[in-house]
Design a protein around this ligand. Structure first.
Ligand SMILES: [Zn+2]
Ligand SMILES: [Zn+2]
Length: 380
């Protein structure tokens, strides 16, 4: 079967053939991959030649966003059956630490985990995959064409979950007791600034707008970009960051409410990410999800930053990966987002390719590309 990935000793993306995997344990599921999503991590792997290949292998199949259909199951598998539409989680826990032993490998404490398509384990840019039932999540068949977004949305879900968990320290953010971060209406009377209008920034904005957060999204694309169209379609505001410094960006979103309660960093632009800490509001939270790849040395007034974080009770928190619970949250929110914002998920898929197009997928692209999907097998 065909696969796209990286080969030890060769730079760039490669296509190769692999034997079709087979079920070897009673708790395993064999899945035919129907679609796989490409994201910034994949582009960075190719661009920076980040080869994170298992010691006992000479290649890694890339891809960590997928939807597929179960072809066969081991005799102990109960939650899925042949014909079911499914998605798969990415990280496989270390098997040692308590978070990993309790279905929370996204918070692994040893770092000895693996990740399908990223870190020492084959991913989903291929035709068939086998894994244990615990990593396979059943999807309603009527959502099949949308759930390639489950993994990226699960990253946004975890980020928002972290914000709500941490900010529940602040039950009186506004005068309405039903707007606390732990209540269903938590988004009201809140302002958020999202950095980056890539797929993750757009999906985070969708979750924020779903609960009526006033959202501002900053990127460096012109107003007529399809990204800006999506942002405005969700009732969020676009800030063209090309001619604004971090202070001007925050002043722009503060002008309505006086406070920016949440900053959600989804660009990996390290300099802006760090400089924005200086303009956080009192008692606010700043979540970072973008991963910068290039070295960047900045001069900062360290005393000022520490003084401000202490005096203003500020939280700066990182969030990576997601676990099964975030996939389940994403599967609940996918139909809600798509109906509230008029088919926006379909609109986000700007590029379709097949496995044969492996060089085109990773060729330099324009700023109008949002989500790339590889069509691997036709839907029945
Ligand atoms: Zn662990
Ligand atoms: Zn309120």
């Amino acid at each position: 079967m065909k696969a796209i990935g990286m080969i030890r000793g060769k730079s760039g993306v490669q296509a190769f053939d692999l034997p079709k995997p087979e079920i070897s344990q009673l708790n395993e599921v064999l899945i035919q991959v129907k679609e796989a999503g490409v994201d910034g991590t994949d582009f960075n792997m190719v661009k920076h030649n980040l080869q994170d290949i298992a010691e006992d292998s000479d290649e890694i199949v890339m891809g960590h966003e997928m939807v597929g259909v179960v072809e066969a199951v081991g005799s102990e598998v109960r939650s899925v059956a042949p014909g079911n539409t499914v998605v798969m989680t990415v990280r496989r826990g270390c098997g040692i630490c308590q978070p990993c032993l309790h279905n929370q490998s996204d918070m692994c404490m040893t770092g000895l985990y693996t990740e399908r398509g990223i870190h020492k384990r084959d991913g989903f840019f291929t035709e068939f995959v086998v894994d244990e039932e615990q990593y396979v999540v059943k999807v309603p068949a009527n959502l099949a064409k949308l759930v390639v977004f489950t993994e990226p949305l699960s990253i946004a879900e975890k980020g928002i979950e972290q914000i709500r968990l941490i900010q529940s320290r602040l039950p009186w953010a506004c005068e309405h007791p039903d707007h606390t971060f732990s209540s269903p209406d938590w988004g009201r009377c809140k302002t958020a600034l999202v950095i980056g209008a890539g797929p993750l920034g757009i999906l985070a904005t969708a979750l924020l707008r779903l609960v009526e957060v006033y959202a501002y999204v900053v990127d460096i694309v012109p107003e007529d970009s399809p990204k800006v169209h999506l942002i405005k379609h969700m009732g969020a505001n676009y800030i063209d960051g090309r001619n604004k410094n971090p202070k001007e960006i925050v002043d722009f979103c503060c002008s309505a409410s006086g406070n920016v309660d949440i900053i959600f960093e989804a660009s990996g632009a390290a300099s802006t990410a760090i400089e924005l800490i200086n303009y956080m509001s009192r008692s606010s939270i700043y979540i970072m999800t973008g991963i910068p790849r290039e070295e960047l040395v900045l001069q900062v007034d360290a005393a000022q930053v520490v003084r401000q974080i202490v005096r203003y009770n500020q939280v700066v928190v990182g969030s990576v990966n997601s676990n099964r619970s975030h996939f389940e949250m994403a599967l609940k929110d996918i139909p809600a987002i798509n109906s509230k914002f008029g088919g926006m998920l379909e609109e986000m898929i700007t590029h379709h390719f097949t496995l044969r197009d492996y060089e085109l997928i990773f060729a330099p692209t324009d700023q109008n590309r949002i989500k790339t999907v590889i069509d691997i097998a036709p839907w029945e």
